[in-house]
Design a protein around this ligand. Structure first.
Ligand code: MG
Length: 303
């Protein structure tokens, strides 16, 4: 987006909360309070466990009926599923979003055998992700419970950036990326803000290293808007979403499930990648997924 369009877009977006008909970006004009930016369309994606359905094709049929355009499988066993997934997606308006983890071991392990497990299995998943045209493979450097782990020091950060550089360059060769997922201090002390992940991606110095934000984990952020902008278009490659009280479908936690501050940043950035539901449900899956998609589309349209 050109800077002038962005400025107009921001000003118009801030000026109005009213729902207006879709406008082209160039028609966004500062000062006209009834107008706001159309921005990109929201691209909603489901992890495999989200939709009702017995088979992959039943799930994808259901997703298409809701206008869901992305599919996020888990990484475990992905190399053996490439053909199955390619066949199931043929002639559908659904593509593979990110791949959710699924590797063994972890990158910051002090045990060489565990680090080797990570290197081998992560590369297998990255290769399969590339074949599927995925936006990238989601990873966390180390959960708090994973031991023995390298200490939280500057040397470890440097080591992580070097290792990610190699992994990122491999991902580029495969036509995909590695996506760092920040959590929060209760889950992953090492990387707990979107800005942390973005800075590590920057310092890895590879076009194949990116980051994401997950509305569920973003509890320590002071601003969803600021968090997404801290990664910006250069590093933000993916988004996860869930309800904000219990990690259920968006909407199941009522008024807490307000994503508009984050959505506003995504629209201003021209974010055209996926927002994947990663959550459980306490209701009927057909009803809660339908309501979640409606809520996300409505809030996206409002900002
Ligand atoms: Mg997540």
């Amino acid at each position: 987006m050109r800077r002038r369009d962005f400025m107009n877009c921001s000003l118009a977006g801030m000026a109005s909360l009213a729902v207006a008909p879709a406008l082209s970006l160039t028609s966004c004009t500062a000062g006209k309070k009834e107008e706001k930016c159309a921005g990109p369309e929201i691209k909603i994606s489901f992890q495999e466990g989200i939709p009702p359905g017995e088979s992959l094709n039943e799930k994808l049929d259901y997703m298409e009926s809701l206008g869901v355009v992305g599919f996020e499988p888990g990484g475990r066993g992905l190399a053996g599923r490439v053909q199955e997934i390619q066949d199931a997606l043929k002639n559908r308006n659904i593509s593979v979003a990110a791949i959710c983890a699924g590797f063994d071991g972890f990158i910051l392990s002090e045990d060489p055998a565990v680090k080797e497990q990570f290197d081998t299995t992560m590369r297998e998943i990255i290769a399969a992700a590339g074949e599927l045209g995925s936006t990238g493979v989601v990873m966390v450097p180390a959960f708090n419970g994973q031991q023995p782990c390298k200490p939280h020091t500057m040397d470890t950060r440097n080591y992580l950036c070097e290792q990610l550089h190699e992994l990122g360059e491999y991902a580029v060769k495969c036509g995909t990326t590695v996506i760092l997922e920040p959590l929060n201090r209760a889950e992953c002390f090492y990387m707990r803000l979107v800005a942390d992940a973005a800075a590590i991606a920057r310092d890895a110095q590879s076009d194949g290293v990116k980051c994401m934000g997950d509305f569920w984990h973003m509890k320590e952020e002071t601003s969803d808007y600021g968090a997404f902008w801290s990664a910006g278009t250069k590093y933000l490659q993916h988004v996860h979403i869930a309800s904000r009280g219990r990690r259920l479908m968006p909407g199941e936690d009522g008024e807490k499930d307000d994503y508009r501050d984050g959505f506003r940043a995504l629209k201003e950035m021209g974010y055209d990648k996926f927002i994947t539901l990663e959550c459980g449900t306490q209701g009927d899956r057909t009803a809660t997924t339908t309501a979640a998609v409606e809520l996300m589309k409505a809030q996206w349209a409002e900002v």
